[in-house]
Ligand binder design. Structure first.
Ligand SMILES: *Cc1c(COP(=O)(O)O)cnc(C)c1O
Length: 241
């Protein structure tokens, strides 16, 4: 057992509680997705024992390996850039894809979902800071994308996701979180869609994200520590064949 994981989790929960209360929100409205990329199965089990229900992965191979070990007794979320040729392997295994970042992927998700008589719940990833190095739609592309996605029966778009730029001071990225919340509010009226989820906030900035209305935080390092392999700059990547 990893003794430090329950302690880390307590700390994270306390900070979420405080941030939620500061902004007049109920802390239970914030779901934690523990981003377990690079973490070992034993660490995932420790986090599960400490009460975490949802785990996030950003590589298909690594996810499938862990899924074989741990299986559907926890929720699995996919948070990385997803290649179309790997979509099929995720059907009926992933609770929520946070990283729907282009139309071709929407089409592929829909196709495989229908083929298997299933559906994919997804969030649309928005590149709020317009960083060249990151995936995701620009704000002004979101309306047309959502409208079109509402017509794909294998897909249920449930909300929006963003990855903030790296910043020493998380206050610097507050405008991006606020912007995502406003974007979601603006698009509530699109027929056939219910934009309930805002996935925003990671280790460096989750308290600010919660203050700005996040209801899903994706937290890796603050729970599993820095030692995991495959960490580093890898916030938005799916590499290899
Ligand atoms: C790795 C990752 C996270 C978690 O990052 P930490 O800084 O370790 O909390 C969240 N979201 C995405 C998309 C990631 O790739």
């Amino acid at each position: 057992m990893n003794r430090f994981i329950p302690e880390n989790l307590e700390r994270v929960k306390t900070e979420i509680d405080r941030a939620a209360r500061r902004s007049g929100r109920d802390p239970v409205s914030v779901q934690i997705v523990a981003v377990s990329k690079g973490a070992q199965t034993a660490a995932i089990r420790s986090a599960k024992a400490a009460g975490i229900r949802a785990f996030g992965e950003n590589r298909v191979q690594e996810f499938l390996r862990k899924y074989r070990d741990i299986g559907p007794e926890v929720e699995w979320h996919f948070v990385g850039h997803l290649q179309r040729n790997k979509v099929r392997r995720l059907v009926n295994k992933i609770k929520l894809i946070h990283s729907l970042d282009r139309w071709e992927l929407a089409v592929e998700l829909d196709r495989w979902a229908l083929q298997e008589g299933a559906f994919f719940d997804t969030l649309v990833q928005v590149n709020m800071a317009r960083e060249k190095s990151k995936h995701g739609l620009y704000e002004e592309e979101v309306r047309d994308f959502l409208t079109a996605a509402a017509g794909l029966p294998g897909l249920r778009v449930r909300g929006l996701m963003t990855i903030a730029p790296y910043a020493e001071n998380p206050e610097e990225v507050r405008p991006f979180f606020r912007g995502l919340r406003q974007l979601a509010a603006k698009h509530q009226a699109i027929p056939g869609l219910k934009i309930d989820f805002l996935s925003m906030g990671m280790t460096q900035d989750f308290t600010v994200a919660v203050e700005e209305g996040s209801n899903i935080v994706r937290i890796g390092t603050a729970i599993f520590g820095l030692q995991r392999e495959g960490k580093g700059k890898d916030h938005d990547q799916e590499t290899g064949g």
